[in-house]
Design a protein around this ligand. Structure first.
Ligand code: SF4
Length: 567
């Protein structure tokens, strides 16, 4: 791949500069009854509106069938039951009759034809949610801990996440014009040519920007994988403020050493009322210092890695006009979800329902899509919360509804206890084939059967019942956060994966490449000696990821981010 000229802006930068409203010719194309696709340049604008143009890769041999992926913008992943019903309707009417949960607490629709895009996005907006900035070079869907189990401060943290999300919304009127009014903006109009977003400027960010709010002890957000993170510091139910983290990110490219996954650094503590100020400061650092010539090197993490933490801290303080205090102590103990029924701190109940590979669908014997739909219809006061581990939390449930929801789910084959085996319930995969244009290998369609095989092998070797966090992605972009997993498979080519080991259970350590390429069919042969050695040499209670990190990379910092925070 040619190295981009560092003196020249990338093509995406040229496009944004030419049409700063981000309107492209999207509305004009949708008004054409013959059109089945957008132009290549317009697909870049489309992302800012929350949609990707894709084609069904299973059908490529017989020609390209274009279809759209649309991603909702659902701050903190919190939906009313009515909003959930709307999304369920839209998946049935316009998509492939499935709802795909994402690792950023959102829902994606797959398989939508071009002329379904307009009504689908309009109806999402009518439900008071949006798709604006769900993709594109802007602040993406902000994630926030969905589990109401630990402290009442979780609600204040959620409200802060919504305030930050609102403050970072792009201001272009193109979104409303296209999707609500069905109008093409006049690209020759001076006002549109000279539009400058008050926060983002004329050319927005060099790349995407991700923010997460997390409430310890659960690191269910994988906060260190975000450009900007807020670790809630609480005293009982009181929210004291946040430890701010900066410069995390998963994406990398195969065979390009200059690209790498990175854990965010902990910068220090801020009071909660400075959350918006620090977000604007971090975002504008990215806007002003990110690489605009090479999109593979454009994330904020490279600015942080190259300029250093002291520079970043000083720049944040200057832009936000605050003094950042020393980080306060905190502890993360897990990244996973609490499956089954639990009591929230307000006395209500919540149920975490396992969604295999994040795909809500109806299978023979297990009709999870229908089951969730009926819960939303028959228990309209409950909330649907999407977890960053691609599961659904049905929250705000009074004790009196517990058995009714349990029974309703059971009639559709959805259990509330023992929902999945220990390895399945700790796993995640990105969608990859057949929808994602970047997929180099199978992921969502591959991982369930692979986990069955690994589970069988573990059982035979006396490791049954051991949790191992296993993730897969179809390419190195890392949508399922594979570089935090204890064991990960990152697609390189059909049936071939890069093999990573050594993440931990609290989401505070990156894993490493254990083997550059492994064929899917050879995974058991590779794992057999590893599992045998683990069984023989593990210390008491040692997890597989900790064992791999200790044995294969003993020089590695064990827990860099957490140590920095606790100093
Ligand atoms: Fe597509 Fe790669 Fe993301 Fe998977 S990790 S969904 S293959 S971009």
């Amino acid at each position: 791949m040619p190295v981009p000229d560092p003196t020249k802006p990338s093509h995406n930068e040229v496009l944004k500069d030419a049409i700063p409203t981000l309107a492209g010719n999207l509305a004009a194309t949708m008004a054409d009854p013959e059109a089945d696709r957008f132009s290549v340049d317009d697909t870049q604008f489309l992302k800012f509106h929350g949609a990707y143009q894709q084609d069904d890769r299973d059908l490529r041999k017989t020609g390209k069938k274009f279809m759209m992926m649309i991603r909702g913008r659902i701050p903190g992943g919190v939906m009313t039951s009515q909003q959930y019903i709307t999304f369920d309707d839209l998946a049935t009417e316009y998509g492939n009759n499935t709802l795909r949960l994402t690792t950023r607490q959102s829902i994606q629709f797959h398989g939508v034809l071009l002329h379904g895009l307009g009504p689908l996005i309009k109806k999402i907006n009518e439900s008071l949610l949006s798709t604006l900035a769900a993709c594109g070079d802007v602040n993406r869907n902000i994630t926030a801990s969905p589990t109401p189990a630990y402290t009442k401060a979780r609600e204040l943290v959620y409200q802060d996440s919504v305030r930050v999300a609102d403050a970072l919304n792009p201001q272009t009127k193109a979104y409303h014009s296209i999707w609500i009014d069905g109008q093409q903006l006049n690209l020759e109009d001076e006002e549109n040519i000279n539009f400058v977003d008050p926060l983002y400027g004329k050319t927005y960010l060099p790349r995407k920007f991700k923010i997460s709010f997390v409430t310890p002890p659960s690191n269910d957000m994988d906060v260190f994988t975000n450009d900007l993170g807020y670790i809630a510091i609480t005293d009982g139910d009181e929210l004291l403020g946040y430890n701010v983290t900066i410069g995390g990110g998963m994406g990398r490219s195969h065979n390009q050493q200059a690209t790498f996954p990175r854990l965010a650094d902990v910068v220090g503590f801020i009071p909660a009322d400075k959350a918006v100020a620090i977000a604007k400061a971090a975002l504008t650092i990215h806007r002003d210092h990110g690489d605009r010539s090479n999109r593979k090197h454009a994330r904020l993490k490279y600015v942080v890695a190259e300029k250093g933490l002291e520079w970043i801290r000083a720049e944040l303080e200057r832009r936000a006009e605050i003094t950042i205090e020393d980080a306060r102590p905190y502890e993360f103990t897990s990244t996973g979800d609490l499956y089954g029924w639990h009591r929230a701190v307000d006395g209500k109940l919540f149920l975490t329902s396992y969604v295999e590979m994040g795909r809500i669908k109806d299978n023979e014997g297990r009709a999870q899509k229908t089951a969730f739909r009926q819960v939303a219809e028959q228990f309209p006061h409950v909330e649907f919360r999407l977890s960053a581990n691609q599961n659904v939390i049905i929250a705000n449930v009074p004790e009196s509804d517990r058995s009714g929801i349990t029974d309703l789910l059971a009639t559709h084959g959805v259990r509330v206890d023992n929902q999945a085996s220990i390895l399945h319930s700790a796993s995640m995969a990105c969608p990859s084939l057949p929808t994602c244009g970047l997929g180099l290998a199978e992921s969502e369609r591959m991982l369930p059967a692979l986990i069955d095989r690994i589970e069988k092998l573990g059982g035979e070797l006396g490791l049954g019942g051991e949790e191992i966090i296993i993730r897969s992605t179809g390419c190195p972009n890392g949508c399922a956060r594979p570089y935090m997993a204890e064991m990960a498979f990152v697609g390189k080519a059909p049936g071939r994966y890069q093999f990573w080991l050594g993440g931990n259970a609290s989401g505070t350590r990156l894993n490493r490449v254990y083997k550059e390429v492994i064929k899917e069919a050879e995974i058991e042969a590779e794992l057999t000696p590893l599992f045998k050695r683990y069984k023989a040499e593990r210390t008491e209670g040692e997890r597989f990821g900790d064992f791999a990190a200790r044995v294969f990379w003993p020089e590695q910092d064990t827990d860099a981010a957490a140590e920095a925070a606790n100093n």
